[in-house]
Design a protein around this ligand. Structure first.
Ligand SMILES: [Zn+2]
Length: 690
């Protein structure tokens, strides 16, 4: 096989497609190898030209030059990541395994380049004399922070040690997730007769049967994936089997032997602490949070402790109600962790009284897309027109032209909604091009990817309420990308702090839950009748069901994460189990609840570094989204024009052009309080005094 001539590689040619969308029909996986080689070399050359420039550093010859460098790499990377996630194959996955370490080395080299850092550092020290506007100042600061946090200012010995730590952490993270996977794959509980299947609804039995077939087993199989184990704990009437599944689920990565993760945790925690110390921080949590909206571990603990007190109180009250239910049922035992979901389900049937099957006919995917577009039109004046002339990577993908109030083009929005074998699980927002102004008026190409189950041909796809929430959530991220109006790529769209980035998405979910929106768009797919009002009210009321439990299992995980990363690196070897136990005893963890992710399988924190010392981010963002939505409620109109304009100007269009706390203050006039979060989660009582 010979590789194609450069001119034949569509990734390296100019894209003469509508809106310069990648020409998907002509791209073959093999094209990426050559394209990456070229793009990496080009970027390296561009960086070398900046560092070799004999002229004194200026904003133009350093920061603007850095912004303009690597455009080919970004263009190819965006197309590659989209395909690797949404429509992959063996060749793309193989290229991904080759490319990710190469990219890591490429960026590490740039981010720790002493000469480059020297120029940026000199500019930063003389920033006041540069005559920059607010956005320019912010971009310079972001570059400086990035270099500093990567260790560009350290001596060679420290840099070498940091590089070794980074590499070791990467292999430990991979080993951690493979161990969890091995424990999950090593377990299958096979059920054969009706007595063992007691209580399980038809949809579960079907899924368990196909799971058995996939594993070439007979009967029905329970696995340790969350989507199998949790419903089993919720519905199975067999207390003994619930205990069996629960114990295996809670002990993933904690079984001794080759797949045990406790030693890996100890080493990772120690290495992260050492990394933080080399960079001048007391511990990893201080390092991580220094560049977040929260800023300090104290601020995070303040929030988590307040939420904890209220959630724990609610959970203990729910536990007592369930204990009574169990006794009334003839159960002569003390409620155990494997009983919680089962009795919560019974309690839910008592209090909320509806099931998924009643709701689904009213949640037609097409109507829910209309609902999210309608909301964007009412809030931000956007209109959406479907286009059929734009290249797509799969026939199921839909494209809309997005226009602003004045009729001007905003960008393109791609919706790729259905699950298929070539797609990763989950839902996410990504882009094929980010908004910026340095290379002219560059309009964004924004993508939402979901995994809804596609209806047979000719039938409408019906969603669960959780699916509809996911649709709105990802579209909220999408709007953050679409509405972006900044000059520099560095701070475009969703390029904001981890504990701020979920604000636009989680906030958008609020509009789905408004009666005003549901009455208009939740219509029966066949008859067109609106959802009955009492069903609508029960659906909204059900949102807070068992919220004490959900909050306790989440906050416990966030606190333990923070505790691990508050250790100094001279602490010696820790025993992860004992450490976890001490932390939970300190906060008074109810015996009937376990952490949502126990440490030996806490992938957010130990698989990669993504959420290390940052698992709190979801709740931090929720404080923001609850408080932000309250601004509309206070205005008396969920589409209040003045509030919507402020939201647009300070959050959705601003990217990372401001410090997140300043951006929020510009929107709300103050920092958020957690009161709106407590109302949203149904924790109305004041926290107990002790
Ligand atoms: Zn999100």
């Amino acid at each position: 096989m010979t590789s194609p001539a450069p001119s034949a590689n569509p990734l390296l040619a100019k894209w003469a497609t509508p809106d310069e969308v990648p020409p998907f029909a002509h791209i073959e996986p093999e094209h990426f190898r050559e394209a990456y080689d070229r793009a990496l070399a080009e970027h390296t050359g561009e960086i070398a030209a900046i560092t070799a420039n004999p002229a004194a550093p200026s904003f133009d010859n350093t920061i603007v030059a850095l912004e303009c460098a690597g455009r080919l790499l970004a263009r190819i990377g965006d197309a590659f990541h989209l395909l690797a996630g949404a429509h992959s194959n063996d060749t793309l996955l193989e290229i991904e395994r080759e490319i990710s370490p190469r990219m890591a080395r490429h960026w590490n080299k740039i981010n720790t380049d002493a000469r480059l850092y020297g120029r940026v550092d000199a500019l930063t020290r003389g920033i006041d004399a540069l005559g920059l506007d607010a956005e320019g100042r912010r971009v310079l600061e972001r570059y400086h922070t990035g270099f500093r946090r990567a260790g560009a200012g350290l001596d060679e010995a420290a840099k070498t040690r940091l590089a070794a730590i980074t590499e070791r952490l990467a292999s430990l993270g991979t080993a951690f997730s493979q161990n969890v996977l091995a424990d999950e794959q090593g377990f299958a509980l096979t059920l054969h007769d009706e007595a063992e299947l007691a209580g399980l609804p038809p949809f579960m039995r079907e899924a368990m049967k196909s799971e058995a077939q996939e594993r070439k087993l007979s009967g029905h199989v329970v696995t340790l994936s969350r989507s199998s184990a949790e419903p089993f704990l919720q519905f199975s009437e067999r207390r003994d089997l619930r205990e069996k599944v629960f114990r295996a689920f809670a002990m993933r990565g904690d079984n001794g032997g080759a797949t045990d993760n406790k030693a890996i945790i100890a080493e990772m925690v120690r290495l992260r602490a050492e990394r933080a110390r080399l960079l001048g921080f007391a511990d990893f949590a201080h390092y991580r949070l220094d560049d977040a909206m929260a800023k300090t571990p104290q601020a995070v603990r303040g929030l988590l402790d307040t939420v904890w007190a209220r959630a724990r109180r609610q959970a203990l009250a729910d536990r007592d109600a369930m204990q009574k239910l169990a006794q009334d049922d003839g159960g002569n035992f003390k409620l155990a962790p494997w009983d919680w979901r089962y009795y919560a389900e019974k309690l839910r049937q008592h209090t909320c009284d509806f099931d998924e099957a009643t709701i689904k006919p009213y949640l037609n995917l097409d109507h829910m897309i209309e609902a999210m577009f309608y909301t964007a039109q009412r809030l931000f004046g956007l209109t959406f027109a479907q286009r059929s002339d734009v290249p797509v990577w799969h026939p199921d993908v839909r494209v809309w032209q997005v226009s602003g109030r004045d009729g001007q083009a905003v960008g393109l929005f791609f919706g790729d909604y259905f699950g298929r074998p070539s797609k990763r699980s989950g839902a996410w927002m990504t882009s094929l091009r980010d908004q910026e102004k340095l290379a002219g008026d560059v309009r964004p190409l924004i993508v939402n990817v979901c995994n809804f189950v596609k209806a047979p041909d000719g039938e409408p796809t019906l969603l669960s309420f959780d699916d509809a929430r996911t649709l709105f959530h990802e579209f909220g991220h999408g709007l953050h990308g679409l509405l972006s109006k900044v000059t520099y790529r560095k701070i475009s769209g969703t390029s904001v702090a981890t504990d701020f980035v979920e604000l636009p998405s989680q906030l958008y979910e609020h509009w789905l839950e408004q009666p005003e929106v549901l009455r208009r768009f939740a219509r029966h797919y066949a008859t067109g009748a609106p959802m009955p009002e009492d069903l609508l009210q029960r659906l909204i009321a059900a949102r807070n069901f068992d919220m004490g439990f959900a909050t306790v299992e989440y906050v416990a995980s966030a606190i333990v994460d923070l505790d691990f990363h508050s250790l100094a690196d001279d602490g010696g070897d820790i025993d992860a189990d004992a450490f976890e136990k001490t932390a939970l005893t300190r906060i008074g963890m109810p015996e009937e609840i376990v952490m949502r992710h126990r440490s030996p399988h806490f992938g957010h924190v130990f698989s990669g570094g993504g959420y290390a010392a940052a698992y709190y981010s979801y709740m931090w963002s929720e404080v923001l989204d609850a408080d932000a939505f309250a601004a509309f409620e206070e205005a008396g109109d969920i589409f209040d024009a003045a509030t919507a304009k402020r939201l647009h100007d300070t959050i959705y269009s601003a990217g990372g052009s401001q410090d997140p706390a300043e951006a929020y203050k510009a929107f709300r006039g103050r920092l958020p309080s957690a009161d709106a979060l407590f109302r949203k989660r149904g924790f109305t009582e004041p926290a107990p005094a002790n």
